[in-house]
Design a protein. Structure first.
Length: 301
């Protein structure tokens, strides 16, 4: 019996891992242009007048592939790494929380208990996300950090990783880890809590959360995404600054410096493109995740 239980847990973990991977790929291709705009507005607030201005300038200067989709490869790597680990860890943390509250079935967990599982899962995914998102942010802000000349500076993801390792060593790849923890853990508390609570609210009487259909699942995913980014955006601004400028200062020091020099609103530079991208992105993420999970579970029964 013990061996059967371990085999079942391993199978569930692999299904969560694969579903999270596919969801992460889908998320990137839906959201990358607005993510590029977000990073530029966060790190160079004086250069752009707003969402439309930043989008048009980026498109006119560098086009779609090299401009709005800059950093796509590390973004795919980052999101696949993060979401595969995140959803695998989320499933395991749901089971752990279930044991603590004496609810053996994950389906019986409340929104608060699922939120707690998401909070814990984000600790593990932060280690995979930080280095890959560091490269993504640097590639997205390449023109601005190089001085914004006419010719677009280019560097491959591999060359950038090699450069960081050569000049800063392995710790350089984890610059911004503290602010990543500060962003991810409370963020995913609200992300999974908002998603699960919305699924429960959208279920008809006598219907389970897993039976609400793709459209309502997408709506619940969008709510989770908006909840996440609204809560964590100041920490994300600080993380982007630390990573793009390779700062050695602490998260607190950088935050206080931004507040003193630019005011409280600077912590919300880029929020609009983030909300614009997160609604379709997290909607797609969750519908791909849930239906991949259902399909694989049926195939492996």
């Amino acid at each position: 019996m013990h061996g059967a239980g371990e085999s079942s847990s391993l199978k569930t973990g692999m299904i969560d891992f694969i579903a999270g991977t596919l969801g992460g790929v889908a998320l990137v291709y839906v959201s990358q242009p607005m993510d590029t705009v977000k990073v530029k507005m966060q790190t160079f607030p004086g250069l752009y007048k707003g969402l439309v201005n930043c989008t048009l300038q980026t498109f006119r200067r560098d086009g779609i592939v090299r401009g709005l989709y800059a950093g796509t490869l590390p973004a795919v790597v980052a999101n696949v790494a993060e979401n595969s680990v995140l959803f695998a860890a989320y499933g395991a943390c749901q089971q752990a929380v279930g044991r603590l509250v004496h609810k053996p079935a994950v389906a019986d967990l409340s929104a608060l208990e699922n939120a707690t599982a998401g909070f814990l899962a984000a600790f593990f995914s932060s280690f995979t996300l930080c280095p890959t998102e560091l490269i993504k942010c640097k590639l997205q802000a390449l023109r601005e950090t190089a001085g914004g000349g006419k010719g677009r500076p280019t560097i491959s993801s591999y060359a950038l990783v090699s450069q960081i390792l050569r000049t800063e060593g392995v710790p350089g790849m984890f610059r911004g880890l503290t602010s990543t923890f500060a962003r991810e853990m409370p963020g995913y508390f609200f992300f999974f809590g908002g998603y699960e609570q919305t699924r429960a609210l959208l279920a008809r009487p006598g219907q389970s959360k897993d039976e609400i259909g793709p459209v309502r699942t997408m709506a619940a995913g969008a709510v989770g995404g908006v909840a996440l980014w609204t809560v964590i955006f100041p920490a994300d601004v600080i993380k982007s600054r630390i990573q793009v400028y390779s700062m050695r200062a602490s998260m607190t020091q950088v935050g206080l410096d931004i507040f003193r020099k630019e005011g409280a609103l600077a912590f919300y530079n880029g929020l609009l493109p983030t909300i614009v991208r997160t609604i379709p992105a997290t909607a797609v993420l969750f519908v791909v995740y849930e239906y991949t999970k259902k399909t694989l579970t049926k195939l492996l029964e």
